[in-house]
Design a protein around this ligand. Structure first.
Ligand SMILES: [Zn+2]
Length: 364
């Protein structure tokens, strides 16, 4: 099932600023009021302010809702933003069941979106940030491999030696243990990769704020958080953090079928993670009817994504953004999370359109 548009690739933006402009224009054309939350300190790449925007379709006090989140991981926002704008242009406002509402949250991490980075302005991974910061989880694997995961320089010799250490760890402990060490989330190395932050991030605070204003009273909530960078090129996976057999997992399966994979059960392209938005919503919703999935679209090979992240980390935490490699590294990380091709965009659009359609049907 493809959306009405013959050219869905046209929904996808070229940069944060035009993405925001297109989103707000699509909201206005649909007769929707949007709410802007401005970042208090960080600025965009064009020197202007950064915003997290929300728009709601349907009755404010509706008791069932669908929340669509883009840009949790900054640079991954091209995908989610394109989907949100495309849905609005294709008449989302007419498709929402009378008793339900849809909340569109655009650019949860606008800094990362604007600067083509996965992290926020504090080097925090927003989808690892929802923890008790007084008692952060420990990631022993990361501690063992910190210098090899985020090397102090990115010369070919250093990277070769670092990769040899990672391979040795994988041979001893297994490939899954290595993936966990790298990407599960870590709270001890502020200059490292997959750092969950030392404090609650602005994005985390704003997400809770949106929840309080729009969703506190909701009895039934479906959330789709749009991501890219894991899995085979053009393949979409609905990642659930619930265990097979549990009620929320079964609800996700009934909506999205075979695309649903549990990261907690080892079915997914992702390993189990700490401090995620999924876990935050599970706390906020307590025992209410919550169905959460990260729609993860594969882009390029994992080793290419990882290399781009290491270079980006080195550039911003060690070399400094004035370095001559800044532009080439920015293009590399953008390409790793956003394949700028018609084919990929059509596949991404189709996966998202189907996922949203199934969620809307379940709200009715
Ligand atoms: Zn992501």
């Amino acid at each position: 099932m493809v959306g009405m548009s013959a050219r869905p690739e046209n929904y996808f933006p070229a940069d944060y600023r035009s993405a925001r402009g297109a989103f707000l224009k699509a909201c206005a054309a649909a007769g929707l009021r949007s709410v802007a939350r401005v970042h208090p300190t960080a600025k965009a790449r064009d020197g202007k302010p950064l915003f997290l925007d929300t728009a709601t379709v349907g009755a404010h006090e509706a008791e069932s809702a669908l929340l669509l989140i883009s840009g949790t991981h900054g640079v991954e926002g091209y995908f989610g933003s394109g989907v949100q704008t495309g849905l609005l242009r294709e008449g989302l406002a007419r498709r929402v069941p009378k008793t339900a509402k849809v909340v569109l949250l655009h650019a949860l991490n606008p800094y990362g979106f604007s600067w083509d980075r996965r992290v926020d302005d504090d080097n925090a991974d927003v989808n690892r940030n929802f923890i008790d910061h007084a008692n952060p989880p420990v990631n022993k694997g990361y501690e063992t491999l910190a210098d090899a995961i985020a090397p102090k320089d990115i010369s070919p010799e250093t990277l070769r030696a670092a990769n040899a250490r990672l391979r040795a760890y994988s041979q001893t402990h297994g490939a899954v243990a290595l993936q966990e060490a790298i990407s599960k989330g870590q709270y001890a190395f502020p200059d490292g990769l997959y750092f969950g932050g030392r404090r609650r991030s602005w994005s985390a605070a704003m997400l809770h704020d949106v929840f309080r204003e729009e969703l506190t009273w909701v009895k039934k909530l479906i959330v789709i958080d749009f991501h890219t960078g894991l899995g085979a090129h053009g393949e979409g996976e609905m990642i659930s953090e619930d265990l097979p057999g549990s009620a929320p997992y079964l609800r996700a399966k009934s909506l999205w079928g075979a695309r649903v994979k549990s990261s907690e059960a080892g079915e997914s392209v992702s390993v189990p993670l700490t401090g995620t938005i999924d876990k935050a919503f599970a706390r906020w919703m307590k025992d209410r009817d919550l169905t959460f999935a990260a729609l993860e679209m594969g882009t390029v090979a994992t080793r290419e994504v990882f290399l781009a992240l290491r270079k980006d980390n080195w550039l911003h935490r060690i070399a400094g953004a004035a370095h001559s490699a800044t532009e080439s590294i920015r293009r590399e990380i953008r390409g790793a999370f956003y394949p700028d091709t018609q084919d990929w965009k059509r596949k991404a659009w189709t996966a998202a359109y189907e996922a949203v359609g199934a969620a809307l049907a379940a709200l009715g």
